[in-house]
Design a protein around this ligand. Sequence first.
Ligand SMILES: [Ca+2]
Ligand SMILES: [Ca+2]
Ligand SMILES: [Ca+2]
Length: 172
Amino acid sequence: MAPNRRAFARSPARFAATTLIGAALLATGVARAASHDIASFIKEHDRNGDGVVTAQEYQAVRDQQFKALDTNGDGWVSEAEYTAEFEARLNKENVAPERKAQQLKQTHIRFVAIDLDGDQKMSREEFMASGWRMFGFHDKNGDQKVDQADVALAAAFKPLLDKDRADAGKAP
Ligand SMILES: [Ca+2]
Ligand SMILES: [Ca+2]
Ligand SMILES: [Ca+2]
């Protein structure tokens, strides 16, 4: 780990970013949506359409995404570039204005979380590191592939996670 990254890992900005993301994920019910999220992840990254996202395939798609995000081609992605891409997607999907404003706020939180050293530039390394965290999160059985086996695992654990949550809500 680079020293500047280590410093940021301890910094209040980093803490605030990860806490906000945690809260946002809980609010949207990440456990409930886990199996659905993996299915969308496969749809978005399965380049050859065999239903499996290999690590190599993911790397290639992620590389392409970074290039597309870096619209002025200076080798890093600014928050403006990052937001513009997301906003274009929301516009295409005809998202309601109030939902759009909320989503753009999330975009800022995501940018801060990906920009590990806090220099306001999303480097390729930072973008890839964030991608591998996501890949690892979806690869439930840890075989370096994301496929239906991971969807099935997430679906199988869903009732357990839901039960934990229900129990947590009960008085002791
Ligand atoms: Ca594939
Ligand atoms: Ca950075
Ligand atoms: Ca897997």
